[in-house]
Every structure is written in C-alpha cells, then in structure tokens.
Write a protein that binds this ligand. Structure first.
Ligand code: ADP
Ligand code: MN
Length: 516
C-alpha cells in the first residue's frame, strides 16, 4: 500500500486516536465536513481537491529530481515524509522489476512487442534502459483499457415497481464503488477487493479515488519530465542514473558539484572512490564531463567528425544520440594518445556512454585556472609558450592530432605547467580541414603570447610551419591560407583516386608518404 499517498489523501485527519491517523483507510468518523452526496460523487470536486493536495504533498519529490548532486551521504533521513518516499521508491522499484519480468514473458521472441513503460512508477534515478536509442513507445492510448464505468442513469434509479433500486442503495453503491476501482490507473494497486463481494463506503472510495488520480497525475508528470528533459538545467534522468551507479559502485566517492556548464558539456567535480576498474587506480579527484544530450548544439560540429575517416563509416549510420556518444569516445581516444605521448592532460578513468570520467586538474575541488584567467610572471609566460610549442609539435607528430580548439580557454595552468584539455573535436592532420584547424590554433596561440609580451613568440605562419614541419613560404595570411587549402585538396584528390590518404603532408614536391 502506498503510505505516502494515503497520508496525503487524508492530511486533515485531525487529532484523534493514534490508530486513526495510521489507518491506511483514513479516519472515517472524525471528518466533520458535511456535504451532499452529489458533492461526494462529483468528479470535478474530487479533481480540484486532488490538485490542491497533490501540490502540497509532492513538491519534495520533484525538487529532488532537479538537484544536481548525488552522493551517498546527503540523503536526509530525518524527515518521515522523506523516509516514506524512499521506502515507496524501493517498493516501486520492485514493482517495476516485476513489470519488466512480465513484459519479457509476454513478449518473448516476438517481433512485435508490447511495453508497460507507462505503467511503471517513474523515479528520477530509475530509468536504466540501455536501449536509450529506442524511443519510448507511446502506449498511453491503450485500446484495451476499460471504458468509463457505467453509471446510474440520470433519473437516479433502475428497475421498476417494487424492484426499484436507487443510486442511494448502500449495498449497490458499495459494490459499484468496488468495481469502479478497476478504472483507476492500471498501476494503482487495488488489492483483491475487486474479485470479492467487497463494499466500499463512498468516503473510502473517494479517498482512494483521489489518491489514484494523484498517482496518475504525478506519474504522467514525471513521464513527461523524463521524456522532455535535456541537460539544460542539470542532467537528464539517464545521466543521473549513470552517475548514481558510479557512486553506488564505489568508483566515485562523492560528486560534489558542477565546475562548468558549456554549450556542449557539463563538467562536474568528484572525489574518487576506492574501487578500481579494470586495474586502474581511481585518482583522488575526478572531473566528469557529461556531453549534453541536447542535440541541436552538436549540429554545427558535424564538420569535425563527419570527415574524420576514423568515424566516417559509422557516422552515416548513426542516430544523433550515438553521435553524441562518439564525441565522448573521441575525447577519450584523443586523451589517451596524448597521455601516451607524455603531454600533460587529464587521464581517462572511464567512459560510459556520453559520460567521460577523467582525472581532475586542480586541487581540493578548485579547478586549475584557464590560461586566460591567470596572471603569469613574464618568466612563466615564456616558459608556458615554449611548452605549448613543444606540445603542439608532439600532438602533431606523435599523436597525429590537431587540437582544433586550442586557445587560452582550453589550457589550464597547474603545477607550474600548461595542461591541454577539451580534445573531443581534435582531428588528424589529414582531416579535410585539419590544416585549417591547425592554422586557427596557431593564430590563437601566437596572438595570446604576443599580446602577453613574449617577444620570442613566433607569428602564426611561423608557428604553423614549426608545428607541421611544412614549409609554406607565403608571407601574407591570404596566400598562406590558400596554400593550406591547396594541400588539403591535394590530399582529398589523392583519397578519391587511390582510396588512401597521405599519412603526412609534403609541400616541396617530394613524393608523398603513404600510410601502409
Ligand atoms: P567545453 O566543451 O564545455 O569547453 P571543456 O572540456 O573545455 O568543455 O571543459 C569545460 C571546463 O571545465 C574547462 O574550461 C575547465 O575549467 C573545466 N574542466 C574540464 N575538464 C577538467 C579537468 N579534467 N580538470 C579540471 N577542470 C576541468
Ligand atoms: Mn573548453
């Protein structure tokens, strides 16, 4: 029985013997509200009352779904309501597990399957469907759902002569009430009453009915929330579940809060747990990058991934949700390459769908400042410049990567050195726009350090040549860029003609080097 809901359905039981306030059927005799039968039977009134009560009784549930933090510690057990809700959640979870089993049994291997999805109790953490690329089937308009109950005709009686029975007849009314429970939402537990000759008083029936409506509405609202939720505010229920599992499994100790909310990702700080995954030791502090599941933001990133041959075959076949996972996957692969080359960058801990856990650059929950936010001594500035120059070369030559979003926004200053982050969009140099991306990176870096007073800083063209090893001689930006594009085109033509791309560019007429 739903202890929370019933408590809510009879909130004004008033002072009375203890058993009354605990009795799940409410307090039948203490309510002094007098009203007509018409009122009692009025659905309109029931609904209105319902709305009032529901709003009073369930705000906590909804609020909890919006909070960004999940920890094993911050569950408040001091409130009875909260405890009751937690118990209810546990009960609902079991109920849903049962539903799932039944669903499975019914569907078997059949190609056409039915879903009980809408009959499930919905909780923010409870949506562990790994089939998230399959949209929720809409079973709301269930053709098999019972029609409205037959009501006593308007004239208020049935039968003739001495067999006349009015709607006020206690037995008839009681039986009818019991039967009408069948029309509560299907997920509402009515017990075995329907099969028995059980007679419910109007008062009890109405309390139950109100509660059933309340549950139905709450459930519908949460379903809606679940379906429409995006990562705009915090994270959607599916992501919450992923995070919750990471804490639950002991991989993470606590997720403390949000470090950054960008257009395409939300980054959280977490303390690492003591369980190790795949022989990896979890760093004491972690950063969790959640790639936003709002699809539209990613549309303008197509050009990075669509032409990346590593993902080319997969791109066209994928739905948008999978593409978002691919961004996370790309970031993971690129970080791993960088790690292997010894470039200071976050270390990958684990990737789960669109959630990437990595080591935290910073200390005691305070992220290392971005290069744009830190004031360095001229000595450190120079040191940072030379470090970046050599990192860009390593990235290009050893990792075969171009950062493609390199600027003072994606470099952190920590432990007296520069750390590179945010590499989900990084591409290989032979990407159709790879050299253009590199040139843009060089411009950002060059401008930042020239403005920052580093006299030794190369200009963007010199830096480009220094990083790529190419020898583009154009002495102005327009010609330089034209040459870059010509090289890119040469590579594309080569791919067209030979089905193979060049492994490196060469600008001085040498025979191109092929990837074997
Ligand atoms: P976005 O695509 O939103 O720019 P980033 O990877 O750049 O994503 O992360 C956003 C911000 O989060 C960064 O500017 C940085 O402040 C912080 N951040 C990201 N990863 C880490 C990390 N591993 N350690 C510390 N802070 C991080
Ligand atoms: Mn960034």
């Amino acid at each position: 029985m739903d202890s929370v809901g019933v408590a809510a359905a009879a909130p004004d039981a008033g002072p009375g013997p203890a058993w009354q306030s605990k009795c799940p059927w409410g307090a039948p005799s203490t309510t002094s509200i007098s009203c007509s039968l018409a009122d009692v039977m009025s659905e309109q009134l029931a609904k209105e009352l319902q709305l009032e009560e529901e709003n009073a009784a369930f705000p906590e549930v909804v609020a909890a779904a919006e909070g960004p933090f999940i920890t094993g510690e911050n569950i408040d057990t001091s409130s009875d309501l909260m405890l009751a809700q937690m118990l209810q959640m546990e009960f609902d979870r079991e109920y849903d597990a049962q539903l799932r089993r039944e669903e499975k049994k019914i569907n078997g291997d059949s190609k056409v399957s039915i879903s009980f999805e809408n009959y499930r109790k919905v909780h923010p953490y409870d949506s562990d469907s790994s089939e998230d690329e399959v949209d929720w089937q809409d079973t709301r308009h269930d053709p098999y759902r019972a029609d409205k109950p037959t009501t006593t005709p308007r004239r208020g009686f049935i039968g003739k002569g001495k067999d006349i029975t009015t709607k006020h007849d206690e037995v008839v009314c009681g039986r009818k009430n019991t039967a009408r429970m069948e029309n509560f939402a299907p997920e509402f537990q009515v017990g075995d009453g329907i099969g028995m000759d059980l007679k419910l008083s109007n008062q009890v029936f109405n309390a139950l009915k109100q509660h059933a409506y309340s549950e139905e509405r709450r459930s519908a609202r949460l379903h809606e929330k679940k379906e429409h939720s995006t990562a705009e505010k915090a994270v959607d229920p599916k992501t919450r579940l992923l995070l919750y599992k990471m804490v639950n499994s002991g991989m993470l100790e606590t997720i403390t809060g949000c470090i950054s909310t960008g257009k395409e990702s939300v980054v959280f700080h977490a303390y690492g747990g003591n369980s190790s995954t795949e022989d990896k030791v979890i760093p004491p502090e972690c950063a969790i990058k959640v790639f936003k599941t709002t699809l539209n933001e990613f549309k303008n990133r197509d050009k990075y991934i669509k032409d990346d041959y590593r993902f080319k075959d997969r791109f066209s076949k994928l739905n948008p949700r999978k593409i978002i996972r691919m961004w996370a996957e790309k970031e993971m692969h690129n970080l791993t390459r960088m790690q292997n080359a010894g470039i200071p960058c976050p270390q990958v801990v684990i990737l789960k769908k669109h959630v990437l856990v990595m080591s935290f650059i910073g200390q005691d929950q305070v992220p290392a400042p971005k290069l744009k936010d830190v004031t360095l001594s001229s000595e450190d500035m120079k040191k940072a410049y030379y470090q970046i120059l050599s990192m860009m070369q390593q990235l290009y030559r050893e990792c075969n990567l171009v950062h493609a979003d390199l600027s003072e926004y994606n470099m952190l200053w920590h432990d007296g050195k520069v750390w590179l982050i945010d590499v989900s969009q990084s591409v290989e140099p032979t990407h159709p726009h790879g050299l253009e991306f590199l040139f843009r990176d060089c411009r950002n870096v060059s401008q930042f350090f020239q403005k920052g007073g580093v006299a030794e800083a190369l200009n963007e063209r010199e830096l480009f040549n220094a990083v790529s090893g190419l020898n583009i001689t154009a002495d102005n930006e327009v010609d330089f860029q034209a040459e870059i594009e010509a090289l890119e085109k040469m590579n594309e033509d080569h791919v067209q003609n030979h089905g193979k791309k060049l492994s490196t560019f060469s600008s001085d007429g040498d025979p191109p080097i092929y990837d074997e």
